[in-house]
Write a protein that binds this ligand. Sequence first.
Ligand code: SF4
Length: 163
Amino acid sequence: MCCKLVEITEIAKPQNVWCSHCTPGKGCGIYASRPSECANFDCGWLADTSLGDDWRPDRARFVITREPGSGRVFLVCDPAMPAAWRREPYYAKIKASLARPGAERTQIVVTTGRKITLLVRGGEYDLGEWDKGDQIIVNFDAAGRLANARVLRAPPRPAATAT
Ligand code: SF4
C-alpha cells in the first residue's frame, strides 16, 4: 500500500498511484536497488509491534508514518477508502493513543489525497486541503489543549523567465 499512497520523488512516482515497479503479490521488482526513500521509509506498522496484522497497510488501507523531527504521526489513507481509519479496530485504538498519559500534545494527521484532518486529544479538526510544500502549524496552550491549527501555504514558485 505504501507503494501506492506515498510519493517517491527519486523515481517521480506521484502520491496515490501504484509504482510501476510494484508486482502484485510479489512486491518490489527492484528491491535490491530501490530508491533510498523506499529503503528508509518509516512504516509505523513495522515499527510498532503492538499493532497486529489488522494494521498491515494493505488490510487497513492506510499507511502510518512519523514525520521526521516533529514526531507528528501521519495516517496516509487510500482515497479509494477514505474512511478506512474510522473503522474498528482502528478508530478506538487511535483515540486511545491520544488519551494515554503524556499524549496531551500528540498530533495525528490523517491525509486522504489533499484533504487533511488533525486529531488531538479533545477533538478532530478539518484543516482543509494542502499542497506539496505547505506546513501544518499546530499550537497548544500551557495545559496541553489545542490553541490553534492551520495550514501555512508554501510561497508561490517564481515564474520561469526566458533566457
Ligand atoms: S520502488 Fe519498490 S519499494 Fe519503492 S515504491 Fe516502487 S515498488 Fe515500492
